[in-house]
Design a protein around this ligand. Structure first.
Ligand code: ATP
Ligand code: MG
Length: 393
């Protein structure tokens, strides 16, 4: 008898010939994640699902919480793997399993069964009947309810017998490492960490870039961003965070360009720098936390003008989300409390009282001509002096 966790996945199942690649990537991610907590784990593939067999000192709740953060898994169930699948033994182990999983047995249940071993002494319906009768005789308080049971008890007879009942919802999505890498523009706000989490759930690895403007933005503001990157990395895996000093560029724009265009021009330079860093680091897309209409720099006109400076795709997973929906996700993934710490962001210093809300590309391009002289050199310096922090959970 082996204790473990049965992991089901949704979308990988429809991958046809490439399925094994996705399964292997998922197993790899599971091994990385499980190596960070107590216990010894053996991750094995089998018939459209994955088992993480557990040994040594492990805390089942901690394992489940860890597995819930692995993209690609749709459901997690503690499972008992029974090697000796003779019926008497399976019955007994199923009873032991119920004893371990539930403090009291005052609930209704239904046995569900699957059998891929067609030579087994019982058919699936017989397994349900026999197991139901056994459990009723062994536990007081148990009742059968075939229509609306409190608890389903699964008995699967395959190469071995598998018994499970509780089902926890997984993160869903696709395994990390199956999609390529993207550069996340990570600020200290609520939105961009959520955007990073959502993209990583599709199997995308992340690098991140943060623009600061010392001394106008503080070291504490930067530490907050590192903390956010760390929280995102609990889902997204290791993140390389580039911190770019944006002060000189920002001051230069402030000096030369119309103040009501400051934000939009700044955003264009952020995108340009992010794209160059992305290219250098083999990222094939940019990710931002923008959402239509949220602020002046996120009207459709502003987004269009921001977007035109990049040729790389810019992914905006929150584009149609309401703020409250974003906040709900931020709370779920644990970034909200950090995001609302009140530190200044470089976007909020020097901002005009009445920024343009419907910028025209032609006008903005003309304004940018005023900084032609030195801007290229400044961009190079900003990129070359970017500081790198390796962030992991
Ligand atoms: P967030 O909550 O993510 O900061 P926001 O609502 O404050 O977003 P903006 O400040 O307009 O919106 O920023 C839009 C997007 O631009 C952010 O979601 C983020 O992806 C990027 N961004 C803004 N400021 C920075 C920064 N200092 N460093 C890196 N990226 C930034
Ligand atoms: Mg912001």
């Amino acid at each position: 008898m082996v204790q473990g966790f049965l992991l089901k996945y949704a979308e990988i199942g429809i991958k046809g010939k490439n399925r094994y690649k996705f399964e292997n990537a998922l197993c790899e991610q599971l091994r990385i994640k499980l190596s960070k907590i107590d216990g010894d784990y053996n991750v094995v593939r089998g018939q459209g699902r994955i088992y993480a067999e557990a040994a040594g000192d492990f805390d089942s709740d901690e394992v489940i919480e860890t597995l819930k953060r692995v993209p690609g898994i749709s459901a997690i169930s503690p499972v008992e793997v029974v090697e000796d699948k003779s019926w008497d033994n399976v019955k007994k182990e199923a009873g032991n399993f119920i004893e371990k999983q539930y403090n009291n047995t005052d609930f209704s249940f239904k046995v569900k069964s699957k059998r891929s071993d067609k030579h087994y002494i019982y058919t699936s319906p017989e397994i349900c009947i026999e197991m139901g009768a056994y459990l009723l005789s062994r536990f007081e308080g148990l009742k059968v309810d075939v229509h609306n049971p409190d608890v389903y008890i699964w008995v699967e007879i395959r190469d071995k017998a598998y018994i499970y009942s509780k089902v926890y919802k997984g993160a869903g999505g696709m395994p990390l490492g199956t999609a390529g890498k993207a550069m996340l523009l990570l600020s200290g706000g609520i939105d961009s960490p959520v955007a990073g989490y959502m993209i990583s759930k599709r199997g995308v690895n992340l690098d991140a870039v943060y623009f600061h403007a010392p001394p106008y933005t503080s070291e504490r503001a930067r530490e907050k961003v590192v903390a956010l990157a760390k929280q995102v990395s609990r889902y997204a895996g290791r993140i390389r965070l580039f911190t770019v000093n944006f002060t000189d560029i920002q001051m230069y724009i402030y000096e030369k360009c119309p103040h009501e265009e400051l934000t939009i021009i700044m955003r264009r330079y952020m995108m340009r720098i992010a794209e160059r860093l992305a290219v250098h680091n083999k990222c094939i897309g940019l990710v931002t936390g923008e959402s239509i209409g949220q602020v002046a720099s996120q009207t459709m006109q502003s987004l269009a003008v921001t977007n035109e400076v990049c040729s790389m795709p810019v992914y905006r997973p929150l584009i149609a989300f309401d703020k409250q929906d974003i906040v709900n996700i931020a709370e779920k993934i644990g970034t909200f409390e950090t995001s609302i710490q009140p530190y200044e962001d470089c976007c909020t210093i020097f901002v005009a009282k009445h920024p343009v809300t419907k910028p025209e590309a032609e006008v903005i391009r003309n304004s940018e001509k005023k900084i032609e002289e030195k801007i290229e050199e400044m961009l190079k310096i900003a990129i070359n002096t970017a500081e790198i922090t390796e962030v992991d959970e």
